[in-house]
Design a protein around this ligand. Structure first.
Ligand SMILES: Cc1cc2nc3c(=O)[nH]c(=O)nc-3n(C[C@H](O)[C@H](O)[C@H](O)COP(=O)(O)OP(=O)(O)OC[C@H]3O[C@@H](n4cnc5c(N)ncnc54)[C@H](O)[C@@H]3O)c2cc1C
Length: 293
């Protein structure tokens, strides 16, 4: 099912993000995770996409597995990295042939060892160019990325808001955000983009379940998200106590989701990291408190 059609019917969605496993053991873990999370009522799932050719194949394999075993709509992430427009069109054909109807259009990060993104000759420079290409193809619902705290390379928050507006204007039906840990940056982004577009676009908060202090610090260093002082004060003093950190981190994640949903967020996209227990606890708590139906 196309997500633009799903969104027209569902004011709020629950979704999970997975990544293609690297080995056999990772596959088993992912299969178990999918078996446990899908029955919690996922509206859709998404699968990330790496820069190398091998990972691209794997994105499709995971999507096929999900389609065959769950029937839940799946979305493939797709980037501009190392691909000409002709190659990207070839991928559209492959995805379409495998029943994929939804693409998350991304510029992508530079491959390892490359300090900045260099567009491929004959390829796309920005996600908005990829949106043009997918839109011209016509077979897919298109989503894009949003950055509540500003994309690390953007000249300013204003420039980054303008970029998100451009992606909506070019045809994205929704955006999924980078992770963030307090509502303010998300609400700010939504207010500015709504004012600029003259309508409220669908911006789905991307939520990272917080379970481990060191892992959180590492994750944020990679993706450029900042850790608010209040979360640091909650977690850092108990960082050596895994059980207490997990308990406090999950409570903070549930609180953030509740605040966002109360402020009208159109659902929650959980970065499940191919593990089920934290995501399941969060969803169960949100359903129990009536924040998700
Ligand atoms: C939900 C989500 C999922 C992701 N999944 C993946 C994945 O599967 N694989 C992967 O490799 N990466 C993934 N990423 C990371 C993403 O690819 C990187 O953050 C990348 O650096 C930016 O991608 P983008 O699509 O936002 O790029 P863009 O929207 O193109 O923006 C990139 C930068 O260029 C600026 N910019 C855009 N257009 C213009 C313009 N016309 N003129 C000047 N500046 C401009 C923007 O402000 C921004 O700073 C994901 C990110 C998110 C939030």
């Amino acid at each position: 099912m196309r997500l633009d059609e799903l969104f027209a019917r569902r004011p709020r969605t629950l979704s999970f993000e997975f990544f293609p496993p690297k080995n056999e053991r990772g596959w088993h873990t992912l299969e178990d995770t999918i078996d446990q999370l899908i029955p919690l009522g996922a509206d859709f799932v998404s699968v990330t996409y790496g820069a190398g050719g091998g990972t691209r194949e794997k994105t499709r394999e995971v999507i096929e597995h999900i389609a065959k075993n769950t029937g839940v709509p799946a979305m493939a992430h797709l980037t501009c990295v190392n691909a000409t427009k002709a190659e990207l069109r070839g991928l559209f054909d492959e995805y379409s042939a495998h029943g994929v109807a939804n693409l998350l259009a991304l510029r992508g990060d530079p491959p390892k060892g490359q300090p900045r993104f260099i567009p491929t000759d004959g390829g796309c420079e920005y996600a908005s160019d990829l949106i043009d290409l997918i839109r011209a193809d016509g077979r897919f619902a298109i989503l894009c990325a949003a950055f509540p705290e500003k994309h690390p390379e953007a000249a300013s928050r204003e420039a980054d808001w303008a970029n998100l507006c451009r992606k909506f204007e070019k045809g994205a039906c929704a955006a999924i955000t980078q992770c963030f840990f307090e509502p303010a940056p998300y609400l700010d982004l939504r207010a500015h983009v709504t004012a600029a577009l003259g309508r409220e676009p669908r911006i789905i908060p991307g939520i990272l379940p917080v379970t481990d202090w060191a892992a959180l610090v590492r994750f944020c260093a990679v993706c450029g998200a900042s850790i608010p002082e209040s979360l640091r004060e909650t977690l850092e003093p108990v960082a050596a106590d895994r059980v207490e950190t997990r308990k406090r981190g999950i409570a903070a994640t549930i609180r953030l989701c509740r605040e966002l949903l109360e402020a009208g967020a159109p659902g929650i996209h959980l970065y499940a990291l191919n593990r089920s227990t934290a995501a399941a606890e969060i969803v169960t708590a949100l359903r129990e408190s009536g924040h998700l139906d």
